[in-house]
Design a protein around this ligand. Sequence first.
Ligand code: NAD
Length: 262
Amino acid sequence: MIDFTAKRALIFGVASEDSIAWAINNLIIQAGGTTILSYQKRFKSRLLQLTNGVEGIEAIEECDVAFEDQVKDLFNRLSGKIDMVVHAIGYAPATALMKPIIFTTEEDFNTAMVISSYSLTRISRHAMRVLNPKSSIITLTYLGATGVVPGYRLMGVAKAALESLVRELSVVLGAAGHRINAVSSGPIRTLAASHIPGFDDIMDFMAHSAPLKRNVTQDDTAKASIFLLSDMASGITGQTIFVDSGYNIVGVPPDLDKLKSS
Ligand code: NAD
């Protein structure tokens, strides 16, 4: 049983009720913790609606992680210490996702890397001064970091950097007694996912091929996330943990006989 009584989490990445970060927020509160949600300006009205009257949310704070001064100001505004940080942020310009990777511009490449990868370094650096002892940070990643997934393109490159950063940061944070891990989620319908070309086909293929024969839900991914955030995972750091119905272990998908007859 995970107990977050008297624990506080800073959560980046709630944009709607479908956000993976929202599911994580809800489980943290259910386990007795409190949260501070950091949102991107364009989602302000949705955030106000979503969080209105929700007990356990201490504050909502605007912050664009592409900008050093905004992240610095956010941490300066925080009162008291925190125990958990959730980094559930991903972005690559739609123009880049529509084109084969060889046509990616330097500008789009930099944008995707700064927002989807570097922001974890930036947030971890500022967080170091407000973390309670034995704190835990998690980020969200996807299989496209280690294998080619059609349509994921530049996001896969950014997620590869993100997973590497988790390993590098685990050494720095570990010296101070903190942990950091990544949760590699299977595909879930969210706002961010709606920008990935061919996403519905990917979901169908994964549900068909995965050992559990279904796609994962926000709740599946959030449950593993709060495990990693909690003391139940006290010996785990620098890892990427898959929550994908087991899809990542499949070498060749089942039902090859159907392929032969088609
Ligand atoms: P989402 O659209 O709900 O969340 C993405 C979040 O990124 C949004 O809250 C958005 O405001 C935030 N963001 C983007 N640019 C930002 C910036 N410059 N500053 C601050 N915030 C910014 O979608 P989601 O699917 O819940 O995504 C959360 C994380 O999960 C992302 O890292 C995503 O890559 C990852 N993930 C998603 C899936 C999936 O299939 N949905 C699978 C694996 C991993």
